[in-house]
Design a protein around this ligand. Structure first.
Ligand code: PLP
Length: 405
């Protein structure tokens, strides 16, 4: 008899975005003449930059001639892209990450979800609350979390991210082995300072723990004092893996390209206490289960680092940041307390209502869709997330509708 992995039964049954979609569909069914503006899901709305499209086309054309055709590429990514990443994302920030420590993939969702395969099942995991749900759910599937009671899995350590700590949790008092951090944060839009990250690096070194640092939204950082990579903190290259994506900077959400940095020095330990390079383990996993991102997509991603591409990416992220500014300004004028939205494309909005009531109110009265904070964890209750990924016209219209309430 074929049996299931029963850990899947421990997943919380409903999925946030499908619940939202159901509510929106029901509203539209009952209000056929009313317009609905979606400021919920974090997908980009602007097309790929011209320089990416040009490189993409050119690479596709290379596929039609035997002389330039590409079959399987290196699973870790082509050297041209890995070198461009090392040079532009790290060397320019004074960070010494080499091309050999970079693994190109088809998304940070897959990488942040798959990385847990490298670790033992009896490790203690710290996860922020609220949080991007992939970190929790992939550990539930692997059987590391126990069951969920009152919205919390028994074996996880929750790092509460609240107004009190500016949505940046400090290291816990006790021991944990694996720590997920995400800055700029989804959903709160919070950013972490060098000092705050340094406290985590110090903790990880003391405890022989590992930090998984998700920097999917790094391109929205405008404050020069904020670190862009965890490797700007001394010693982080011994205790941290960093995830980056082309999804939110260059609009690759549908094109798919990302990368993970596993520095040479990062180690994890076997049951006898012997250290093993995580880079070697990830390389083994990656080459066994993944066959590389397509050549044209990697060429399109490389174009992000050309002079023209960099300017286009800056303009794209500036555009969304201007949307964020409009949302934050208008919602603040409307009497709401707002967080994030300055070095991040998300605005985290506090309300006296529960987050689903707040969601229902905005949908039913203004026809605006947001994301209820409670869907990201217990500490998200009382908040909603509004996303800046939309057209200017829709953002302005949505704010006008909410202001009229
Ligand atoms: N990490 C965070 C924090 C995200 O919010 C998202 C997408 O919304 C991702 C990773 C996924 O990125 P990708 O499109 O590269 O899979």
């Amino acid at each position: 008899m074929i049996k299931i992995n029963e850990n899947y039964l421990k997943l919380k049954s409903s999925y946030l975005f499908s619940d939202i979609a159901k509510k929106v569909a029901a509203f539209q069914e009952q209000n056929k003449d009313r317009e609905v503006i979606k400021l919920g899901i974090g997908d980009v709305t602007m097309p790929l930059p011209d320089s990416c499209i040009e490189a993409f086309h050119k690479a596709v054309d290379e596929m039609k001639s035997a002389a330039t055709f590409k079959g399987y590429g290196p699973e870790q990514g082509y050297a041209f892209l890995r070198e461009a990443i090392a040079e532009n994302d790290f060397k320019t920030r004074g960070v010494n990450i080499s091309a050999g420590e970079i693994f190109v993939s088809d998304g940070s969702k897959c990488d942040t979800g798959n990385i847990q395969e490298l670790f033992s099942n009896d490790i203690k995991i710290a996860i922020p609350d609220p949080v991007y749900p992939v970190y929790v759910d992939t550990n539930v599937m692997a059987g590391r979390t126990g069951i969920s009671e009152n919205g919390r899995y028994g074996k996880l350590v929750y790092l509460e991210s609240t107004e009190k700590n500016n949505f940046v949790p400090a290291p816990p008092a006790g021991d944990v082995d694996l720590i997920y951090l995400c800055f700029p944060n989804n959903p709160t839009g919070a950013t972490a300072t060098k000092e705050e990250l340094a406290a985590w690096v110090k903790y990880a070194k003391e405890k022989k723990a590992l930090i998984l640092f998700d920097a999917a939204y790094v391109s929205f950082i405008r404050d020069e004092n904020l670190p862009q990579s965890i490797y700007e903190i001394e010693g982080a290259d011994e205790v941290a893996i960093e995830f980056r994506s082309f999804s939110k900077n260059a609009g690759f959400t549908g094109t798919r390209c990302a990368f993970t940095v596993v520095p040479d020095k990062v180690a994890a330990y076997d049951s006898e206490g012997n250290a093993h390079k995580l880079k070697d383990l990830w390389n083994r996993r990656h080459t066994t289960k993944f066959n590389g991102v397509s050549y044209p997509v990697q060429k399109a991603a490389e174009a992000v680092y050309s002079q023209k591409g960099a300017k286009e990416v800056r303009a794209l992220t500036d555009f969304y940041l201007e949307n964020a500014k409009i949302i934050k300004t208008e919602m603040t004028k409307n009497g709401y307390t707002c967080f994030g939205g300055e070095n991040a494309p998300y605005i985290w909005i506090k309300s006296d209502l529960g987050s689903w009531e707040f969601f229902d109110m905005l949908l039913n009265k203004a026809g605006v869709v947001c994301t209820p904070g409670a869907g990201f964890g217990k500490c998200g209750e009382g908040y909603v997330r509004i996303s800046a990924f939309n057209s200017r016209e829709n953002v302005i219209k949505a704010m006008e509708k909410i202001s009229r309430l």
